[in-house]
Design a protein around this ligand. Structure first.
Ligand SMILES: [Zn+2]
Ligand SMILES: [Zn+2]
Ligand SMILES: [Zn+2]
Ligand SMILES: [Zn+2]
Length: 249
């Protein structure tokens, strides 16, 4: 069997595909191409039985990608596969969808309840871990600020022009006044010396400012595609270095 279609990346996967799942379920009455769906499902479940969850994962993703109606039990099997691949957040999404759709009547209701219990600890570990995002993906240092959170970048206030329009004269350089004879008089704007523009008060004309990095919103970190093991890796690397040094001497 060949499944060479594009595999969705893990991160942008869950919400759009859940929505898609619902659509596919509601389109079930039309039953187009059941044979293909059937053989994919059998292939995926067989892969699961021999603990080849990577293959099962690829088949399920192909199935979702194909736009064919999804069998009712599919979200359960997919949730179990995702659990085995440590994608706990994604697994919980599909499991909840399964229970929502099948209620107590699903063929795999008992298995689903049991999976829900198994998910509790891993989901809790994600919640308390500071090293990963709320979906369990490891943070990496922001490539723009290199984890510094603040960075010198184009001044946002003046959009890197170094000057801003004078607000007193609305950029015209002139002020109008109506005198007692009801005649309009023109004066040069004192604030901007009739230039209509002022040096940017944020960057003082340098066009640059040091401010919260816009790539990471000042957090210094970005989510990666790597599933978090909730262990601080620096320590492991330091340990290895120490070990290597020990061997060298
Ligand atoms: Zn940054
Ligand atoms: Zn002015
Ligand atoms: Zn500026
Ligand atoms: Zn973590």
């Amino acid at each position: 069997m060949k499944f060479s279609r594009t595999i969705l990346t893990l991160r942008n996967f869950s919400l759009s595909s859940l929505f898609f799942l619902i659509l596919a379920f509601s389109a079930k009455a039309q039953l187009p191409n059941l044979g293909q769906t059937d053989s994919w499902m059998k292939g995926a479940v067989a892969a699961m039985e021999r603990s080849d969850y990577e293959t099962a994962n690829n088949i399920f993703r192909n199935l979702i990608d194909s736009g064919l109606p999804l069998p009712e039990e599919m979200p359960y099997y997919f949730a179990e596969t995702l659990f085995q691949l440590n994608q706990y957040d994604n697994s919980a999404n599909f499991l909840n969808k399964y229970l929502e759709i099948t209620g107590f009547t699903g063929e795999n209701y008992e298995g689903a309840r049991e999976l829900k219990l198994r998910l509790q600890d891993p989901l809790k570990a994600i919640q308390v871990c500071q090293l990963c995002d709320r979906r369990g993906y490891r943070y990496k240092s922001c490539f723009t600020c290199e984890g510094q959170k603040e960075i010198e970048q184009d001044c946002d206030y003046c959009k890197a022009k170094g000057v801003v329009g004078c607000s007193r004269c609305a950029g015209s350089g002139m002020i109008t006044r109506v005198n007692v004879f009801n005649i309009v008089e023109y004066f040069e704007c004192e604030r901007c010396s009739a230039n209509g523009r002022l040096t940017c008060p944020v960057c003082q004309g340098s066009k640059k400012e040091v401010s919260a990095c816009r790539t990471c919103s000042g957090s210094g970190q970005l989510s990666s595609d790597q599933i978090c093991d909730h262990e601080p890796h620096e320590h492991k690397i330091m340990g290895l270095l120490r070990l290597n040094n020990g061997n060298a001497h």
